[in-house]
Design a protein around this ligand. Sequence first.
Ligand code: FAD
Length: 463
Amino acid sequence: MNYDAIVIGGGITGAGVLRDLALRGLKALLVEKDLPGRATTGASSHLIHGGVRYLLYDRPTTETTAWDSGHIVRIARPLLTRLPIVWPVYADHARGRTTIETLLESYDRFQPLKGGLPHLRLNAEETARLVPQLKRPGLRGGLVFDEWWVDPVRLVEKNLDNARANGAEVREKTAVTGLVLAGGAVKGVEVLTPRGERETLRADLVINAAGPWVDKVARLAGLSIPLRLQQGTHLVYDGNEAILRSPAGRFGLLLEAEDRERYVFVIPGGDMTLVGPTDITSPDDPDHLSPQPAETAQLLGTLRRYFDSFPERCSKTIVAARPILGQTGNAKLLSREFQVLDHAARGERSGFLTIAGGKMSDFRLMGEETGNAAVRLLKKGGSGRTHSIALDGSSVSTEGSADRPTHPLTPFLRRHPRLRELHALAHLGVGLAGHLARRLGGKTRDDTVDDFTRRYNAPASGL
Ligand SMILES: Cc1cc2nc3c(=O)[nH]c(=O)nc-3n(C[C@H](O)[C@H](O)[C@H](O)COP(=O)(O)OP(=O)(O)OC[C@H]3O[C@@H](n4cnc5c(N)ncnc54)[C@H](O)[C@@H]3O)c2cc1C
């Protein structure tokens, strides 16, 4: 059997690529060394979001990710739950309410792209009513912004189910141990099957979608992918209702961390609550990740800033490495952009693509761009259909959905992180001027817990 394409890696990236290829009518196989979705994807913060934080230094990524999140919401709506996130602000915080509200006003512009709702601003009293567990001294108020929660493993599985329904194959517990090389081309993969047997699988195109392992896989072809892995750890608490209970409905929290620079989510969902993630330099080998005592201490220290009684004992910790594309500069300014690398165009090997970088929240677009490259190289296959067919196979109306945001400056900003940051800050500066003008004109008001309930718990709000 000769496949059109073999995809290496069954995280959300590989699953999205496989579905894209199958919907184009290509004969595709995905090979995963473990169970699908259990690596980085399963250890994520479970959010489909544009990324508020990137508005501080990488605005195009927030916009594009919010746009693709909108497609993900449309194709996977039954898997997603609206999750408003409360951002409490205290007197000793590095960023005050005005700065944060300016950021969220900027985010509000992108919220419609992903079916998100505008932010709310609460005074201290209403914030304490909404989150009674918060410490009261120094509380200045809170802002609320809207995101989507997803079970990432189910998201992967549903992508794979839909790919299978369209003719694709998936091999679990099957590790790629080598690549079939002939002259300058990659012609397939060598695998170790669950029964410990070696097997050769052939394809016209091999697609490396191994997340933090993309460099390790590329090395099997004598190549290298520059990555900058950043480790993130979460504390996992079983059961969530007891931790963040409020009559107003379910919500998450975004907390300024102990170091007053980073932020920590508290995310309830499914039958657990996540607290994290941290963000530290990862070991180069993603097979050697382990949560560090300093990370746990940092997360617990952050919780203690806000709560008298948040449980100190969690049921487990989970760790993963963000597969960030190699770039220079400060770790806090690393872009989450993705790239499809055609190794033939780079003068390396033909028949081999790598998809690297990105987020779970733009996995559909990553799949589509990889599919476009595959069709170009294979000279067969239809056009991308992942935006118009839901994961359950039903069709999705694309009427009224926005065109993909285009950023003429993006290639330039990609190479210049400081200018990318200035570009983001210039937008926020304009936003701040507008915000202050509205305040002085008496055109803003504080919202209440009732507004929260009405806005975020309306049965069919958003997409
Ligand atoms: C702490 C943390 C929190 C995050 N939170 C969010 C969030 O809330 N929202 C969001 O959008 N993004 C988030 N991200 C980013 C997001 O999780 C990742 O971008 C995404 O999950 C990467 O998916 P992937 O498929 O590329 O990698 P992975 O999920 O790691 O999948 C790669 C797969 O390749 C397999 N593999 C590796 N080598 C081989 C081989 N030789 N043979 C066969 N299979 C192989 C692995 O077993 C693995 O299953 C977070 C990341 C981290 C680290």
